[in-house]
Design a protein. Structure first.
Lengths: 254, 159
């Protein structure tokens, strides 16, 4: 690979790892708080897949970087301004409807994203993506099913999931923004052109929402900044909990 | 104990590793699962290649340690275990012997990709089954119930 692109590739990997670890951590917060046992298991199983993805991507970033950092150093020893995840991943879980609405939106995105990334000219990213897409297909089956059940369920479940989509809507445009640095990797056939994912994403999401008797929000607000390290106030709290052990006992291992 | 590893025949190593099982489904060996992909020998260095099942499966690290322990017990000291992600693991790699062991253990084996709706109750063999949950007690399982004998059972997810 073009060595000029190496720093961009490392940043790209870390941002993708951040997306995965932050959402994985959020999902893990449902452990023993799920609405019933099967859902508790499902949420934490999905959390494991996301954390596993982050580990693979961080390990690769650390290897590319070659400075002796480990996957753990990358996850546990950076502050929120150094995290570059998309904001939607860091939002608090809210109620079950909010968690599933977010999961559905991310799962549809991940299906498109990892299908494309599996074609990357970077063999490692392509290999990780090929694994991830299989898992996302499975995740999506469940989250899509829940959107239909909640939307077309009781009045309360409908209202809650409708509100969740409304609250999430402004975090979506950021998912399809491509930074200048990322564009260089897109041009080199390494990164995914996220802008091009939006059309299929929209078609899938709208179709499921309509089937679930949900209205498509017409909100025009949007908020972004995750990829630049500018976050909501929620990420700091998440990292504080996630990193507390390594911050208090540096280098501690299981 | 000194073992002569200056030979390229890996069959004895595969035989040794046939005792290494999935820590969460102890009836399945790594070969049954399709996780053990390759063994290579260079001088006295042994390199074992495995492929992870699910990205976040915590059993993978235990498998790596178990491989090293079994080989070390047999006198092989210089062992590395590497993970290969590509091609991505699929349940289609599970051996027929592995599928039969799973069924006997009470877990419905994964359907083939081409026939992913073909799930049978491991207790009575009925195909009239109902999904309870997409996820189960480990990353690789889903929860089902048989409509005929009414037994709930684990199903090894097809991916």
């Amino acid at each position: 690979m073009d060595t000029e692109l190496q720093p961009a590739l490392i940043n790209y990997c870390i941002a993708l790892g951040d997306d995965s670890v932050v959402l994985g951590h959020r999902l893990s917060e449902w452990c023993r708080n799920g609405p019933f046992l099967e859902e508790d298991l499902a949420l934490t199983n999905v959390a494991l897949d996301f954390i596993g993805r982050a580990r693979m991507i961080y390990s690769y970033a650390a290897e590319l970087e070659g400075k002796g950092r480990s996957e753990d150093d990358i996850a546990y020893l950076r502050d929120s301004r150094e995290y570059h995840n998309l904001l939607i991943n860091e939002l608090p879980n809210g109620d079950f409807a909010f968690t599933m609405a977010r999961q559905f939106l991310v799962d549809v995105y991940d299906m498109g994203f990892f299908t494309e990334l599996a074609q990357s000219k970077d063999p490692m990213l392509a290999a990780i993506a090929a694994k991830a897409v299989k898992e996302s297909r499975y995740h999506l089956r469940r989250s899509e099913d829940w959107i239909k059940r909640l939307g077309d369920g009781t009045e309360e479940s409908h209202d809650r999931v409708q509100k969740a989509f409304k609250d999430l809507w402004g975090y979506l445009p950021e998912m399809f923004d491509v930074s200048d640095e990322e564009q260089q990797l897109v041009d080199a056939g390494i990164a995914v052109n996220r802008r091009a994912l939006e059309e299929n994403w929209t078609a899938t999401v709208y179709a499921v929402m309509r089937e679930a008797t949900l209205d498509i929000p017409d909100d025009s607000w949007s908020i972004s900044g995750g990829r630049d390290g500018v976050h909501t106030e929620h990420l700091g709290f998440l990292l504080t909990e996630m990193q507390v052990l390594q911050r208090n006992y540096p280098g501690q291992q299981w | 104990m000194v073992v002569d590893t200056d030979k390229t025949d890996t069959a004895p190593l595969f035989k040794l590793l046939s005792s290494v099982c999935d820590p969460e489904i102890p009836v399945l060996t790594l070969q049954d699962l399709g996780v053990l992909r390759d063994i290579s020998i260079a001088g006295n260095e042994i390199n074992v290649t495995i492929t992870p099942t699910y990205s976040g499966c915590p059993a993978v690290e235990v498998m790596q340690e178990d491989i090293k322990t079994v080989l070390a017990d047999a006198g092989y000291q210089h062992v590395t275990v590497q993970q290969s992600l590509s091609p991505a693991w699929t349940t289609d790699w599970m051996s027929d012997a592995g599928r039969e062991k799973l069924r006997a253990y009470g877990i419905a084996p994964p359907a083939r990709q081409a026939d992913s709706q073909n799930i049978q109750c491991p207790q009575c063999g009925s195909g009239d089954v109902k999904r309870i949950s997409e996820f189960g007690s480990t990353a690789c399982k889903a929860l089902y119930q048989c409509q005929d004998c009414l037994e709930p059972f684990d199903y090894f997810k097809c991916i």
